[in-house]
Design a protein around this ligand. Structure first.
Ligand code: ATP
Length: 358
């Protein structure tokens, strides 16, 4: 198994006027299951197609282990790719579709049979092996496509581009855990592209967050949730996303208007005075009688009852602040309350990048 290394890889579709992917250096480790997460148009497919060789990067080199594959065509890169929609030989049986990538590479017959049956079993296709692919519904056809991508043991990586789009929600959960199981079995590098945070967080060892053609943070799901390094990660991961309140640093204190919210602690020493933005997730905001910092006063505007919890909505000047509280809370719109932030969970951002905490 080999790492995939991108060295200064970038891509522009319009001769360098705009960059779908800004030049980046990044290593995908061989034993890991990655989710590549980001909104529509952020460059996920562009990045995947560069790795598989469907697209040549405008700048930089692509390495598979110690082999420079930048100019190597897709068919000789030893990478499997699964797309959003089924890509199958419709007149072939499910068995033959799954066996095809192995027969193509001259695997012994007994091994082909064993591998096809293993993948078919894990993906719940056993009862369909003899059926022609075109007779299956689109969801099941897509599962066969997934199986084709996962059946080869020797591939360096399996790239999955929103592979569960056509699958119904209940089945998605099952398939994601099956994918993890197959990954544990094979040890392939798995890169799973999605714009759905739940899909990314439940699937991956490591989530790589892409925004506007740039990796803004990568880490374990819990780390991205607890410790966002970029405002975008705070917004995009979490439901609802991180609160953001404009503030000011003066004399080492963070202030919102006239109120002192707490002490500014810089990531790299003291923070210079000036504007910052406080970022704190609704999960780490408590409404308390004791006005101990860090925290601030806000006027409650409403309560959303979500069943398992309540979302208490408030305003600080013109800015919204949301606290996630236990279900059945008794906060009245119009009341002024103190919103306290959990220790170590309120961060400071400048130009969207984290620079400290309160
Ligand atoms: P989605 O989730 O919608 O598929 P994505 O994150 O995969 O989006 P890309 O498809 O990689 O994003 O697109 C990144 C940017 O490059 C977008 O602005 C898109 O409009 C642009 N783009 C993609 N393909 C082409 C192309 N063939 N020609 C010109 N621009 C393109």
């Amino acid at each position: 198994m080999a790492d995939i290394r991108l060295e200064g890889v970038g891509h522009s579709y319009d001769g360098g006027r705009t960059w779908a992917l800004r030049p980046m250096t990044w290593t995908w480790r061989s034993d890991r299951a990655y989710a590549l997460l980001g909104p529509s148009g952020c460059g996920k497919t562009t990045l995947l197609n560069i790795i598989s060789g469907l697209l040549s990067p405008t700048t930089g080199r692509v390495w598979l282990g110690d082999r420079d594959v930048t100019a190597v065509p897709t068919a000789r890169r030893n990478i499997a790719q699964v797309f959003q929609f089924p890509v199958l030989y419709e007149e072939m049986s499910v068995y033959d579709n799954l066996a095809f990538p192995l027969r193509n590479r001259k695997y012994p017959k007994a091994e082909i049979d064993q591998r096809v049956r293993r993948v078919s079993h894990l993906l719940g296709l056993d009862d369909h092996l003899r059926r022609r692919s075109r007779r299956l519904d689109p969801g099941r056809q897509q599962i066969v496509s997934l199986g084709r991508g996962l059946v080869r043991p020797e591939v360096a990586a399996v790239l999955l581009d929103e592979p569960l789009t056509v699958i119904d929600p209940a089945m998605k959960w099952t398939l994601r855990s099956k994918l993890k199981e197959i990954h544990r079995d094979t040890g392939h590098t798995l890169i799973y592209v999605t714009h759905d945070q739940t899909e990314a967080l439940t699937f991956a060892d490591e989530v790589v967050v892409l925004n506007e053609g740039e990796i803004v943070q990568a880490g374990e799901p819990t780390e991205l949730f607890l410790s966002p390094a970029h405002e975008f990660v705070g917004h995009f991961i979490g439901s609802p996303g991180m609160n953001v309140v404009p503030a000011e640093i003066a004399g080492g204190a963070v202030r919102v208007g006239a109120e002192a919210v707490g002490r500014a602690v810089g990531e790299d020493g003291d923070l210079p005075p000036g504007p910052v933005r406080i970022g704190v997730r609704p999960e780490f905001v408590r409404i308390t009688a004791a006005q101990a910092t860090p925290g601030l006063t806000a006027r409650i505007t409403g309560v959303d009852r979500m069943g398992a919890y309540d979302l208490v909505r408030a305003r600080v000047d013109d800015h919204p602040l949301v606290a996630k509280t236990g279900a059945g809370s008794r906060y009245a719109p119009g009341a002024v309350e103190f919103f306290r932030f959990d220790a170590g969970r309120a961060f400071l951002f400048r130009d969207a990048v984290r620079c400290g905490s309160i």
